[in-house]
Ligand binder design. Structure first.
Ligand SMILES: Cc1cc2nc3c(=O)[nH]c(=O)nc-3n(C[C@H](O)[C@H](O)[C@H](O)COP(=O)(O)OP(=O)(O)OC[C@H]3O[C@@H](n4cnc5c(N)ncnc54)[C@H](O)[C@@H]3O)c2cc1C
Length: 374
């Protein structure tokens, strides 16, 4: 079988991976010379903690297994089973963490409510002031700026994989057949369009104007090396407000009884933080839903995040070295893990995994491979 994958982000690359692993030939076509979209701009969090119970959690747990075994084979992914800590300070925040550890699926996530001392034993860099912390043992991390490139090298070594960068796919020209902007036609037994948040152009022509997927923009930053290990990922209690796992009476009480700071509320913020292999910290994020998106990054969210991080670390943040924004595609029905649609004979669009696309992509691609009988 020959599979044509359009898009070299993590979703496309994981489809290529499963097809090659099953003995098929793959041609992967990317508009840029290398991917430059959400898959490189993200935290690299393999984030199990906040997932909704049921299909979403099962997908994330399966994906984490796949990331771990891939990480053993491809060290360039930088996979590490670091877990995460969400420090809490107030009674309302603590109540949300207590409700989380009382969930029937808490053990599958590796949730535990730790005292501040126990949390510091796991992550000594957290010298700031907090009362307790929600530990999620299943959370993990990879290096997003290099993961796709490392996977590509491994795929090239298979001898069954061709990468075509700098080519935009413009047209479907027959069953499982596409034409790129060099005029070349690529024919396979299946085409997967893993085109991320590019919802106009070809995708709009094929899927129509009512594609149930929207775009979301986030602001991020990265610091100079911290000078010490941050052994776990770290989130703040505002993150409880955004993830379905925490929904319930305790979260309602947090939302009604404890306001976010005005900056955090205006930019729909939470703190997520993970250490890169060079020691720097990737820190975010904001959420912007209304179009047109800002073309610039604004400073207030960075000031807010800096204050939150410094309060957890109990020390000044190193210099901010990079600031950027990224856009992901999210199913408008956010309970859906992904939008997978056969848009023409043998041509499948796979988009909309939202803020969990880096986490879930290995399992999303595995499901595509199973459903298409690869
Ligand atoms: C700032 C930020 C932080 C995030 N953090 C996390 C996180 O920590 N954990 C997590 O699980 N998820 C996270 N996400 C979400 C995750 O990054 C995305 O869901 C995921 O990367 C989507 O992957 P993709 O391959 O679908 O899209 P992309 O990475 O955008 O890749 C799509 C590719 O298709 C190419 N393309 C598009 N059209 C064509 C065409 N016609 N021809 C050829 N090529 C084309 C594009 O150039 C692009 O390279 C985050 C997202 C952002 C923006």
């Amino acid at each position: 079988m020959r599979v044509i994958v359009v898009g070299a982000g993590v979703v496309g690359t994981m489809h290529a991976w499963h097809a090659v692993k099953r003995g098929h030939e793959v041609v992967q076509i990317e508009r840029e010379s290398e991917a430059r979209g959400a898959s490189l701009r993200n935290f690299g969090q393999i984030w199990v903690s906040g997932r909704a119970g049921g299909e979403e959690l099962e997908t994330a747990l399966r994906a984490r297994e796949l990331w771990e075994s891939l990480g053993e084979r491809v060290p360039g992914l930088g996979f590490r089973a670091c877990g995460s800590l969400t420090p809490v300070r107030t009674a309302r925040e603590t109540a949300v963490a207590e409700a989380a550890v009382a969930r029937p699926d808490a053990a599958a996530r590796g949730y535990k409510l730790l005292t501040a001392g126990e949390a510091r034993a796991i992550n000594p860099a957290l010298r700031g002031d907090f009362a307790a912390a929600l530990w999620c043992e299943r959370d993990a991390a990879v290096e997003p700026r290099t993961a796709q490139l490392a996977l590509k090298q491994e795929l090239l070594a298979s001898g069954r994989y061709t990468y075509l960068g700098g080519r935009e796919v413009r047209e479907v020209v027959g069953t499982a057949s596409v034409r790129d902007d060099h005029g070349d036609v690529h024919t396979g037994d299946a085409v997967v369009l893993a085109t991320g948040a590019w919802l106009g152009g070809l995708v709009r022509e094929l899927a129509g104007p009512d594609l149930p997927v929207r775009r979301v923009r986030l602001q991020m930053m990265q610091t100079d090396p911290l000078g010490e290990p941050l052994t776990t990922s770290v989130a703040d209690a505002d993150s409880f407000r955004y993830y379905p796992a925490y929904r319930g009476e305790a979260l309602d009480a947090l939302n009604t009884g404890q306001a976010q700071t005005p900056t955090a509320a205006e930019h729909r913020m939470q703190l997520l933080m993970v250490q890169r292999r060079d020691g720097g910290l990737t820190i975010g994020d904001t959420h912007e839903y209304e179009h047109p998106f800002s073309f610039d990054t604004v400073e207030e969210p960075y000031e807010h995040l800096t204050a939150v991080v410094e309060s957890f670390l109990g020390r000044p943040l190193p210099r901010i070295r990079r600031r950027w924004a990224g856009v992901y595609a999210q199913c408008t029905d956010t309970t859906r893990v992904v939008h997978r649609q056969e848009v023409r004979d043998g041509v499948w669009l796979v988009t909309g995994p939202g803020g969990r696309g880096m986490t879930c992509s290995p399992a999303i691609a595995e499901t595509t491979a199973n459903e298409l009988g690869w």
